[in-house]
Every structure is written in C-alpha cells, then in structure tokens.
Design a protein around this ligand. Structure first.
Ligand code: ADP
Ligand code: ASP
Ligand code: MG
Length: 302
C-alpha cells in the first residue's frame, strides 16, 4: 500500500468548521491503495498562548488561570461541535485528563523561580497533543477508522529543548514500527501531532517554531511516502508573503534547493528543515490551501 503524508497547519485546524474541511480533504485522499498519515499542528494561536501561560505562571501572575480556562474552553468547544452526543462525554473526560496534566506542570512552574526550557517544551507540547487527540476522534466520528499515534514515540531527539535535533535513524525506525502498513485497513489512516518529540529518556521536546512541517517530512521520508502535502491558508509557496505583498503569485513548481532558500529567507509557509528529508528520498512536496482545496498550489521537487 502507498502512503501519503498530509500536514495541516494551525489555521487549517483552528476550529470545528475548519477541522471538518480537513476531514473532507483527508477522506477524498483515502482509497484501498493509499494510506494516509495526518500530521496536525496545534489549533491556530494555541502555541503562543501556551508560551504566555508558562511565562505568567513563572512570574507568579494569577492571570495564568484565566488563560488556562480560555484554552480549555476552546478545545471543549471543538469537541462539542465535532463529536456526536453519544461519544462526547467520553471525549470531554479524555481532554480533561490532558488539562489536568498541563495544570500540574503549570503549578510546578508557578512554584519554581526559573522557567526552564524543558518545562516550556512540556507546556508547548499540549497544543499538538490536544489537537491530534481531538482531530483523530473527529475523524472516527465521521466513520473513518483512524488511529491516534503519539508523535513523541516516533520522533526521537537530543535534549536541545526548544529546537531539538532529531536522531534520524532511531526516529525512522520508530515511525516505521508504529505506522508502516501491515495490510490491515485500520492502519491505513493515522493522526499524529507535529512539532513535538522526545529524548531517549522520554522527556518531551519541541522541534522549533513552525516545526510541524518538518515532522511531516520526517514521517514521509521514513515511510517512503509517494507525496508529502503541506496544507495551509494560502495557495502554495508564493513569490512573496501575500499578507505583505498583495500582488504575490503562487509559484507552480520549484526545486528543493530554491524552496529551501526561500524558507531560509523567511517564507514561513514551509519550515526550512522540511526540504532535506524529502529531497534525500526524492519525495515531492505539495503546498496547498485548505480553504481553496482544488487549487493546485506549489509542487516542490528535484
Ligand atoms: P501553518 O499554520 O499552515 O503552518 P504558517 O502561518 O506557518 O501556516 O505559514 C503560512 C503563512 O506564511 C501564510 O499565511 C503567509 O502569510 C506566510 N508566508 C510568508 N512568506 C510566504 C510565501 N513566500 N509564500 C506563501 N506564504 C508565505
Ligand atoms: N504549533 C507549533 C507552532 O506554532 C508548530 C507548528 O505550527 O508548526 O510553532
Ligand atoms: Mg507553519
């Protein structure tokens, strides 16, 4: 069976309406010959809020409590809109378990004077942990047999917290062990969070801001995917940031080298580390728009 990796960024998964669009896009990619690994970011803006949360707690600023409630409410709201009543309560309890884990870490940060990079990574990881949990269940709710995989079991890194370096060989082995198709249809769709990993002692790390694109490329390369798709909120890699330059145009096709140079120069639509794993395996990367799904977007290739 062939594998396709599809990564959806923060704006693509910012609320229930957008997550439903994502599910529709994934559904039409699935068929008897093609399995899909979905890599998701945190709901849009949540990573920034989690950083703010950790900072407030470390400064003993009680406003952290309101921010925690805001984060809980947003995820609970998505569950309420996406999950049928029959399964909703169980999902809300599952989310609550994760909120409790986050709160335990925040309370420790509140007590200790210095906010360590390791603690910040632990806090940031809840964005992707929650989004992957919710999106996987939302997929199942529509009848897809999707399985949740904790990325921290797949992406193994050193302890350079905040911008951890990936141990490629170990990670590829774990990715294959957890995700390689075993000829069973229930393994043909998996949902996992981007951006996060763990050390060999299973301490949570992050890959650097915007790192979910890189996670997707690692999954794709490990699984010899036929394609890596980066789904975002613009029509592909463009001649300039369309938010700044109104006349920016989509680049239909570009080489790995040129795309990497653009990413390094600040084209945030794709994280610079994304290119290398794909290039080494000659896997095409498509950059596409969740909100304009039939637009061809950009093809990055040799
Ligand atoms: P995601 O949440 O999907 O990962 P990002 O916000 O990380 O999305 O990246 C998408 C954004 O990158 C776009 O909304 C756009 O404003 C910005 N961007 C900057 N430079 C470029 C470029 N050259 N081409 C396309 N988008 C760009
Ligand atoms: N959620 C992370 C961030 O905001 C990773 C990502 O979106 O790629 O940086
Ligand atoms: Mg991004």
């Amino acid at each position: 069976m062939k594998t396709k990796v599809m990564k959806f960024g923060g704006s693509s998964v910012s609320n229930a309406v957008n997550i439903s669009k994502v599910i529709a896009i994934v559904s039409r990619s699935l068929n008897k010959d093609t399995g899909v690994v979905v890599v998701v970011s945190a709901f849009g803006g949540v990573t920034d809020e989690l950083i703010e949360l950790a900072k407030l707690a470390s400064q003993k600023d009680f406003r952290y409590k309101a921010l925690l409630q805001k984060i809980y409410k947003r995820h609970d709201q998505a569950i309420k809109e996406l999950i049928k009543p029959k399964f909703r309560q169980k999902m809300l309890i599952g989310a609550k378990g994760r909120y409790d884990d986050l709160e335990k870490i925040i309370k420790k940060i509140f007590v200790y004077p210095q906010l360590s990079k390791a603690s910040l990574d632990a806090v940031m990881s809840f964005g992707e942990q929650l989004s992957a949990y919710i999106i996987n269940e939302a997929m199942r709710d529509t009848g897809l047999s999707s399985k949740f995989v904790d990325t921290r079991d797949l992406i193994k890194t050193d302890d350079n917290f905040g911008n951890a370096n990936v141990d490629i060989e170990t990670s590829y082995k774990s990715i294959r062990n957890h995700l390689q198709n075993r000829g069973e249809s229930r393994y043909s769709l998996a949902v996992t969070g981007g951006f996060i990993g763990s050390t060999k002692d299973s301490v949570t790390t992050t890959l650097g801001r915007g790192g979910s694109d890189y996670s997707a490329a690692l999954m794709g390369a490990a699984l010899d995917a036929i394609v890596i798709e980066i789904w975002t909120d613009v029509d592909g890699l463009m001649t300039a940031d369309p938010r700044v330059v109104k006349s920016a145009k989509t680049i239909p096709e570009i080489s790995y080298a040129k795309a990497e140079a653009m990413a390094l120069a600040g084209a945030k639509v794709i994280h610079p580390k994304t290119i290398e794993p794909a290039r080494l395996k000659n896997i095409p990367i498509y950059v596409k728009n969740t909100f304009n799904k039939d637009n061809p977007g950009t093809l990055i290739k040799n």
